[in-house]
Design a protein around this ligand. Structure first.
Ligand SMILES: CC(C)(COP(=O)(O)OP(=O)(O)OC[C@H]1O[C@@H](n2cnc3c(N)ncnc32)[C@H](O)[C@@H]1OP(=O)(O)O)[C@@H](O)C(=O)NCCC(=O)NCCS
Length: 222
């Protein structure tokens, strides 16, 4: 599923298996000491998908330790993103010369608790989501908005090294095209590294909801 949401220059790997047989490299597992078995499992699932994606990209098999604020430390010249939720794990990677940043997120396709929507959505986003929920009741647009914002953060943080609050980005879902637009009005810290406006793709399938953002590298680097 993940490969359909990213351009061809991005290599993806995903799995619907919750117990993938994979032992993370010691450098990867270092951050997991004293963590609960369920967390170790989701971490291992994510690293498995990441290594398969790297192999698909044709890069050497190197460890992917956890870096600042939990962001994966990808091999030099590679950008990537990992997500996991019950019943699904995915990773995407690309060469830095071709892609500036990647962010993906998977969620169960379920309603978002009302208080969470209040917390994550700007007033205009809440209004749009409520309209979509009323006019197109087949999809949990509130959960989709949340997932898109998680993808924004995963795209944003590795480039800027800065936290981004939920209300700092505005997401507008296109229910027909399977895309969403992102506007980061105050991109302080990002500078020219990341455009103020991004585009992502979304998909709902098999009880899951997945969002993905791939920011192309500037022309000169491609
Ligand atoms: C970090 C965060 C985005 C993870 O999302 P999640 O839905 O809880 O969990 P997912 O399974 O989808 O993703 C977890 C993976 O994200 C990656 N990740 C964690 N922190 C990250 C960061 N700072 N930057 C990029 N990727 C990160 C990791 O690969 C992690 O898996 P791993 O620890 O097994 O390697 C979320 O917990 C969070 O902190 N959000 C607050 C910030 C935010 O979303 N702002 C919205 C801006 S509009």
């Amino acid at each position: 599923m993940i490969q359909d949401l990213v351009p061809g220059r991005v290599a993806g790997w995903d799995s619907f298996e919750d117990r993938l047989r994979f032992t993370p490299h010691p450098a990867e597992a270092a951050s997991l000491r004293s963590r609960a078995p369920a967390r170790r499992r989701e971490f291992a699932n994510g690293r498995y998908c990441a290594h398969r994606a790297l192999r698909r990209l044709g890069t050497p098999a190197l460890a992917i330790p956890a870096g600042a604020r939990g962001a994966p430390r990808w091999p030099d010249q590679v950008v990537g993103s990992i997500t996991h939720c019950p019943g699904y794990t995915a990773a995407v990677v690309a060469r830095r010369t071709r892609v500036r940043a990647l962010g993906i997120d998977a969620e169960p396709h379920l309603p978002l608790p009302a208080d969470v929507l209040e917390f994550v959505a700007r007033p205009e986003e809440r209004a749009r989501v409520r309209r979509l929920l009323a006019e197109r009741p087949g999809a949990h647009w509130d959960r989709l908005l949340f997932s898109a914002k998680e993808s924004v953060y995963k795209t944003w943080f590795p480039v800027t090294g800065r936290f981004l609050g939920f209300h700092e980005a505005e997401v507008r879902i296109d229910p027909e095209a399977g895309t969403f637009g992102v506007r980061i009005p105050d991109s302080g810290g990002a500078g020219p590294a990341l455009p103020r406006e991004l585009t992502g793709r979304w998909r709902i399938s098999g009880g899951l909801l997945v969002t993905a953002i791939a920011v192309p590298a500037p022309e000169g680097e491609r």
